[in-house]
Every structure is written in C-alpha cells, then in structure tokens.
Design a protein around this ligand. Structure first.
Ligand code: SF4
Length: 59
C-alpha cells in the first residue's frame, strides 16, 4: 500500500496458508507456495474451502 496500490487482493494464497499475510510481513515468506492448480475451486461444492494440494500431499 505504501507503494501506491489502491488495494491488494489475496485469495488462494490464504487458502493454502491462512497465515500467509503474517508470514509475508515477518519475512518468513516472500511468495506463496500455492501453485494455482485450482483444486480448491473444484472442491468447494463438495468439501468447503480448503487447499486440496496440502490435504492430499501434492505440495
Ligand atoms: S488447491 Fe491449489 S490453487 Fe488451491 S490453494 Fe491449494 S495449491 Fe493453491
């Protein structure tokens, strides 16, 4: 925000790791390990919102 952005939207990165923003702030992460596979989107109707790749060990 200090660099002039009006807003920042974060979606799948926080599904993959709910602490993603805190980890960015602390310097623990510089990018999300989410690989944009969209398995979480495909699973929303069946099991709610969660990172399927984390759950199934694909990461
Ligand atoms: S299922 Fe895939 S796209 Fe969704 S949060 Fe996990 S790694 Fe990212």
């Amino acid at each position: 925000m200090n660099n002039g952005f009006g807003f920042v939207q974060v979606g799948r990165a926080t599904i993959q790791d709910p602490d993603f923003v805190k980890k960015l702030q602390s310097g623990e992460l510089i990018e999300s390990p989410c690989d944009h596979c969209n398995r979480c989107v495909a699973a929303m109707d069946a099991g709610g919102v969660y990172c399927v790749s984390n759950e199934k060990g694909f990461m």
